[in-house]
Design a protein. Sequence first.
Length: 330
Amino acid sequence: MAQGELLRRLFASYSRADDAAFRQAADELVAEERRKNHRLLANELERELNKPRPGADLPLTLRPIPKSRDDRPLLRLTKPNRELSELVLAPMAREVIEEIVAENRSRGALTSHGLRPRQRLLLLGAPGTGKSATAHAIAAELSLPVATASLAALTSSFLGDTARNVEAIMGFAEQTPCVLLLDEFDVLGQERAQAGDHGEMRRVAATVLQSLEDLHGESLVVATSNHPQLVDAAMWRRFDELIGFDSLDEAQLAELIALKLRAMPTELDAGDWAGRLGTLSPAEVELVCFEAMRRTVLAGRSAVDDAAMEAAVERMRRRRTLIDGAAPPD
């Protein structure tokens, strides 16, 4: 694409506060300079683009964050903190996620044929299996900010406020391209026929159903749930894709261990440690690896060894004992 057209898109997206379009045009401008073999300029532009702004960590947006009745923000808007390349996922889950990313990158081609990309996703699985991390990775792939809903602020004791708060965050996503992350979705989308419900949660569920049905624009809604049995049956049909997150097998765990320890030399067998850490979630394995590297650096050693990993596992053992009494593997 001609540089003049890229600059026009860059200025136009800035003037209308379209964060995603601005980032995309800027990335394409950097890539264009790199194709021209202007590596120094491309690297300088990339550094400036990714440099954190003084006094703020939030992505550029001119639209106000919706707030609750008591003036608490209903969303936290951040840059993605994970890349897809950093995640170890089951092959089927990765394939579906890569398809969804490709569809949303080709939104224009789809809409010209009366089609739309999948943009309402429900991620299901046990805690620590990578659901929220995947939402951030999708956002990173699409150069979108992540708008994480605050359940504490969304849910209100005032009649009708929770439903209004849901409408507010969905309206924000309608106007601001982002990945709207609804963690613990079963709280908002719970079964409407539960005993003891006096109507408020039925109103909330109905609002969520209608909001998902009416979703347009460039945002993706990514909901996660550890308890799919609590989600209202009608919710399932509103999502374009359901993705399951299971425990990793030993080969995948070995890949994850090698990936998380890649920043330092190692003197250990990742396959052996995959067998020893088999009962931990991927998030816990990541914590063990980071703890082992931290211990290695503080001890003045140059490579992560079995002793550092064993000490990190012992730390995880104490952590799990405090949480639920469960102990990690020997």
